[in-house]
Design a protein around this ligand. Structure first.
Ligand SMILES: C=C(O[C@@H]1C=C(C(=O)O)C=C[C@H]1O)C(=O)O
Length: 272
């Protein structure tokens, strides 16, 4: 594991490719580095989903008459979560299932994940909002109309996007915990008053948000271009696999606000 010093520097650009487990002395620099790394996963997941057209039948319950009104994508996600729960995915407190009811107990020997979250706050979930945002708002913005019959591959690609978004947004728990530890008095006053607006104000860093939005726009341009052996520069004619403006909008309208909602909900339970 890297030295503690590494974690204490808040960096805007990260050299490390791998995400280390959270250090015991959690710092905002470490959490922000992890969020920067996860931008890559989100942009690549969107690029992979955009290979398929919208594929409406994947979302139409009539495709699966035996599934009691569930669409293929919902049945697929539920089934995948059951399998992943069995093999221990949700033992890691960073992983939040979309369908927590009826998940089986893990059958693997538990790994000793560090307990960083305050127990009463650990179960905060924004997954319903993430699910609805993804299918109702985001998906139509970055897929082309059409039906190529690849419904299961489409559902699998949707789930990768959803899990990457969920992981990023629920990292708000780390952000909230570290901000609380850094200024407990300020946060305690707002928590005791159950003052959501005050909490939102305390935890917001507009300059950081602007940097995040600019960086994801650039990542969508860099990762989403067709690589050829010729030298070329970005121009208005460049075609991207996912429109960079949509990725910036995803962060601006949904990812950052939902992360902050997670932070507020976490903090409201922080003294329970
Ligand atoms: C995540 C943080 O908290 C807030 C949310 C941000 C985000 O979701 O990217 C950025 C800045 C803050 O307003 C942070 O401070 O890094």
């Amino acid at each position: 594991m890297a030295s503690t010093e590494h974690f204490t520097t808040a960096t805007s650009e990260m050299d490390e490719e791998k995400e280390a487990p959270p250090p015991q002395d959690l710092t905002l620099g470490w959490v922000r580095d992890a969020l920067v790394r996860q931008e890559d996963s989100i942009v690549f997941a969107l690029i992979e989903r955009a290979r398929f057209p919208y594929n409406a039948p994947a979302y139409d319950p009539s495709l699966l008459p035996q599934q009691g009104g569930r669409s293929l994508v919902e049945a697929f996600a539920r089934g995948a979560e059951v399998l992943q729960a069995k093999f221990g995915r949700y033992q890691n407190p960073e992983e939040v299932p979309f369908f927590p009811d009826d998940l089986p107990a893990p059958s693997v020997i538990p790994y000793n994940f560090p307990e960083v979250f305050h127990p009463a706050s650990a179960y905060v979930t924004e997954n319903n909002a993430i699910w609805n945002m993804y299918f109702n708002d985001l998906l139509p913005l970055f897929t082309v109309e059409g039906d190529d019959g690849n419904y299961t591959s489409t559902a699998a690609a949707d789930l990768v996007c959803l899990q990457a978004l969920s992981r990023r947004i629920h990292y708000g728990k780390y952000v909230a915990e570290v901000k609380f530890r850094d200024a407990p008095q300020d946060y305690m006053t707002a928590i005791c008053a159950k003052d959501r607006d005050a909490l939102m104000k305390l935890l917001t860093f507009e300059a950081v948000e602007e940097m995040v939005k600019r960086r994801v726009l650039k990542k969508a341009m860099v990762f989403g271009q067709t690589v050829t052996l010729e030298d070329k520069t970005f121009d208005d004619e460049t075609k991207y696999k996912v429109d960079p403006a949509v990725v910036a909008r995803l962060y601006d309208e949904w990812v950052i606000p939902l992360t902050k909602d997670v932070e507020v909900e976490y903090l409201l339970r922080r003294l329970d």
